[in-house]
Design a protein around this ligand. Structure first.
Ligand SMILES: C[S@@+](CC[C@H](N)C(=O)[O-])C[C@H]1O[C@@H](n2cnc3c(N)ncnc32)[C@H](O)[C@@H]1O
Length: 239
């Protein structure tokens, strides 16, 4: 097994790395580290933002992965769109978590012209983003945030749930686990985001709600306890 220090980020094409990860996952049906049941993920998130969002706007599950959270959200919003950089993730989502009111599309947040084209098509959207941001390397986070600003427009509300302070170290402590190896062997690395950084990337936004939480990946320790990665959530609206 490769010994990896998750604090070191290799210079890689992250879009290609995510595609390689998802392609292998789809072909081999390997476990997905963040395949948290919606009961302890989007279902717990929902009361934090549902009453604040205009349901007439589409709800985008941004960096939706294989779509299990989008599927839950589509039971509570009339129109959901799942977007992700990886075509294989989108194919998995379409196959496993399709519903008449969900549309899945490939979109790379590091290419803001793609967000601009989508915004021109569907107008302002609400956004749900669960752990889509922390793994983006710090130099590219402004570009990533730009795509979110474009899609939110003036009316959209953003709910984000991210690995918080110490989250990357926590994942580092589990790096030998099979589910984590499946990710890091592609050069992908966890990161962390502080609430202060969120305030910087979303300087024109007011924080309607925020708080601490934990993310439960599929990893269990020898004593049977589930891993609990430090995380936080925030609900943001343009000022
Ligand atoms: C940790 S997974 C979370 C997936 C999903 N939100 C969930 O909670 O199940 C991160 C996701 O971000 C996607 N991603 C990475 N870079 C991206 C980018 N530049 N644009 C859009 N999605 C991206 C990956 O393909 C992956 O599906």
């Amino acid at each position: 097994m490769e010994k990896i220090n998750v604090a070191e980020r290799p210079q890689i094409d992250t879009a290609a790395a995510w595609q390689a990860y998802w392609e292998k996952t789809a072909k081999l049906s390997t476990p997905i580290l963040w395949n948290t049941p919606s009961e302890i993920a989007s279902e717990r998130d929902l009361p934090r933002f549902q009453h604040l969002m205009n349901p007439e706007l589409p709800l985008i599950d941004f960096a939706c992965g294989h779509g299990n959270q989008a599927y839950f959200l589509a039971q509570h919003f009339p129109r959901v769109m799942g977007v992700d950089v990886s075509a294989s993730a989108i194919e998995l989502a379409q196959a496993q978590y399709g519903a008449p009111n969900i549309e899945y599309r490939v979109l790379d947040a590091l290419k803001p012209e793609q967000a601009a084209a989508l915004h021109a098509e569907i107008g302002d959207s609400n956004i749900y983003m669960r752990t889509g941001f922390h793994h983006i390397c710090p130099e590219k986070r402004d570009t990533f945030a730009q795509s979110l600003h474009t899609l939110l427009g003036k009316q959209g509300i953003l709910y984000l749930f991210e690995l918080g302070d110490g989250g990357d170290e926590y994942v580092g402590s589990m790096v030998d686990r099979y589910e984590v190896q499946l990710v890091v062997q592609h050069g992908l690395r966890p990161g962390a985001i502080t609430q202060q950084e969120v305030a910087r990337y979303f300087a024109d936004y007011e924080v309607l709600d925020s708080g601490k939480d934990t993310l439960q990946p599929v990893v269990r320790f020898e004593n049977g306890e589930a891993a609990q990665i430090p995380a936080f959530y925030a609900v943001l609206r343009r000022k």
